[in-house]
Design a protein around this ligand. Structure first.
Ligand SMILES: [Zn+2]
Ligand SMILES: [Zn+2]
Length: 356
């Protein structure tokens, strides 16, 4: 086993480089993996540029970020029973302590020991080191086996797919209804693909090239909010009174309020993006008068196996959501492409160990 590896280290807000660092050793219940592919998450730029420092992300400098990955197991720590060297796996960002009240209920995304590594909690790439590296150690609980016909690149999309699936599961998608999705970014497009796989008709609200991409990847209806007077009215017209589920994935206050108003009576709204502001009575009035259920969505507990099965069965196509690939040495170019949405960039994949 090599002693040193290449990794992207954040040295200060906005300052990062590919450096030589020691290969970590797996502790009890942990495995060492060779990282094959990493997808850039919408939350990564904030971690790299210091905008989410108040959340404790990163907790120190230098820091290795990244949490959407697929990898191969190369070594086991003590007490690992579920995995062996050679296994192909996909990762999750959240690893709960396993013993608190929330973990015991299966909500390890809401672990009461958040940030307490001694208690066994990890939020990989946020409060614990992540995957922009050739190797990393992970708790076995944070890894799910990849089906044989799901590639490493596809496996990196388990995190996004899991979070979109968590939102759809919370809102109770059923065949035959309507799911409206605001914001055709990587999360919104993934929610659209999954809602379709679950038998719901889909309406995507957005604009420009990403809205065109949603249409290309199978949205039943698209609404360009720059071209219609009122996107809320459009949704109500298409659905005959409002969507059964509304998924907000745009990350702005307008989307937050409109999502409530797009829901039908008794409907469900899931907010994935964290809204910058709160308040405004119109949305709250709709919520009360129409008895709408609102769900906050945090990450993707107990979702990896389901979305991987959907990929393996061909019901969830993530290949077409991957628009760009870069070796890790070109990390700056990869981030510029992702942040600038260059050449229609949606999901951008980084390969820490060369091509795979
Ligand atoms: Zn992510
Ligand atoms: Zn816990």
């Amino acid at each position: 086993m090599e002693e040193k590896m290449r990794a992207v280290q954040i040295h200060a807000p906005g300052e990062f480089s590919v450096d030589w660092v020691p290969v970590p050793h797996p502790g009890r219940g942990e495995v060492l993996v060779e990282v094959k592919a990493v997808a850039i998450c919408g939350s990564d730029p904030g971690i790299f540029n210091g905008k989410v420092l108040q959340n404790g992300w990163p907790p120190h400098f230098p820091f290795i970020a990244g949490h959407e990955f697929a990898a191969q197991v190369v070594a086991l720590g003590e007490g690992v029973t579920n995995l062996k060297p050679g296994d192909r796996v996909a990762g999750e960002a959240h690893c709960g302590c396993g013993t608190c009240e929330m973990c015991k209920k299966g909500y390890y995304n809401l672990c009461l020991n958040y940030g307490n590594q001694a208690a066994g909690h990890h939020h990989y790439g946020h409060s614990s080191p992540g995957c922009y590296a050739q190797y990393q150690v992970y708790d076995q609980k944070a890894l799910t086996l990849l089906p044989d016909n799901v590639t490493y690149d596809e496996g990196t999309l388990v995190d996004t797919a899991g979070t979109a699936y968590n939102a759809l599961r919370l809102t109770g998608v059923e065949p035959g209804g309507f799911t409206a999705i605001i914001g055709p970014g990587p999360m919104g497009i993934m929610a659209m693909c999954l809602a379709k796989a679950m038998g719901s008709a889909t309406i995507v609200i957005g604009r420009r090239q990403r809205l065109a991409m949603a249409a290309r990847l199978g949205a039943d209806y698209t609404i360009d909010y720059e071209k219609v007077d009122d996107p809320v009215e459009e949704v109500r017209r298409i659905t005959g009174g409002g969507a059964h589920q509304v998924i907000e994935a745009a990350g702005n206050a307008t989307a937050y309020f409109e999502s409530v108003q797009m829901a039908r009576k008794g409907g469900h709204v899931a907010l994935i993006s964290i809204p910058p502001k709160d308040g405004q009575e119109a949305a709250l009035k709709s919520l009360i008068m129409n008895q709408i259920t609102l769900h906050g969505v945090r990450a993707n507990p107990n979702c990896s196996k389901i979305v991987l099965d959907l990929m393996a069965q061909g019901s969830l196509n993530v290949k077409d959501q991957i628009t760009h690939r870069f070796p890790m040495e070109q990390i700056h170019e990869a981030f510029d492409t992702f942040i600038g949405r260059k050449d229609g960039a949606l999901k951008v994949i980084v390969h820490p160990n060369g091509d795979c």
